[in-house]
Design a protein around this ligand. Structure first.
Ligand SMILES: C[S@@+](CC[C@H](N)C(=O)[O-])C[C@H]1O[C@@H](n2cnc3c(N)ncnc32)[C@H](O)[C@@H]1O
Length: 252
């Protein structure tokens, strides 16, 4: 039982911080502020020895900052999903122990923390273990925004729509979204089946003007017309954009 003099420790705060797709100049001032103010920064990685992408970005802007790694299995398929969930549960236990001591923790993620990010998995587990912890996010520039900017593509106009689909498990969602001529289709996680995506876009009459950005801001970066890609597979970190069908050119 607490004595009247015993001090209650205020639980800390968990902040998911988006650091953009790769180029460190895409980190926002708000993200930098959150990273500087955090007691500890955590970054996802695939093994304890390997620096994750988000960690690499942070180290370029804050070289002296202390950063801890949390391991997540990034394999595709159901095995990967289950392994990531186990990783998120383990990460949440580590984080909650520190959060309950009142620490403010930042968890960095590639792009935005609310879009296809390990942060949402971790945040859910933290909330289950300790509902009193405050959780917030700092948005990050997303890969497709960088692809649009780098390729000079005006993504949406007037009443056009946007589909953001993944192609890691198959191309059904790509096919379905292409049935809407007035929608831009952004494809994430499709690098390993880029040849199939190219073929589908061609058959739908949407290959012209489609662009791909691979490893943006990272070693091996390329930004190209999808038409020009001849490899059957490119990096997992690749983003395709098929712009809406328009009467004029896709270029500005
Ligand atoms: C797990 S999701 C992360 C998405 C991220 N949270 C966002 O907001 O953009 C990974 C996918 O994002 C895209 N992506 C992230 N970083 C990228 C980069 N540097 N270059 C190209 N695509 C990238 C790719 O489509 C990749 O398969």
């Amino acid at each position: 039982m607490n004595t009247p003099s015993a001090k209650q420790v205020e639980p800390g705060q968990l902040i998911g911080v988006g650091v953009g797709p790769g180029d460190p100049r895409n980190i926002t001032l708000k993200a930098l502020e959150a990273l500087r103010e955090a007691d500890l920064i955590f970054a996802p990685c695939s093994s304890p020895e390997s620096e994750g992408r988000a960690e690499g970005i942070v180290r370029q802007v804050l070289p002296d900052v202390e950063l801890s790694r949390l391991i997540f299995d990034m394999s595709p398929g159901e095995t990967g999903v289950q392994a990531r969930l186990r990783g998120a549960k383990a990460a949440a236990r580590t984080l909650v122990a520190l959060l309950l001591k009142g620490q403010t923790l930042a968890f960095v993620t590639l792009g935005d923390p609310n879009v296809f990010s390990t942060f949402s998995l971790v945040a859910k587990e933290v909330a289950t273990l300790a509902p009193e912890i405050r959780i917030k996010t700092v948005p990050g520039i997303m890969a497709f925004q960088e692809v649009a900017a780098m390729s000079g593509l005006n993504l949406l106009d007037e009443t056009e729509k946007l589909f953001l689909v993944t192609a890691v498990e198959g191309t059904e969602d790509v096919q379905e979204s292409l049935q809407h001529p007035n929608a831009a289709v952004v494809i994430y996680k499709g690098g390993r089946q880029i040849a199939a995506i190219k073929q589908i876009l061609k058959e739908a009459g949407r290959l012209e003007g489609a662009v791909v950005g691979e490893l943006l801001g990272l070693e091996g970066e390329q930004i190209a017309l999808l038409e020009a890609i001849t490899e059957p597979k490119i990096s997992y970190l690749a983003t395709v954009i098929a712009p809406p069908l328009r009467k004029g050119s896709h270029e500005r």
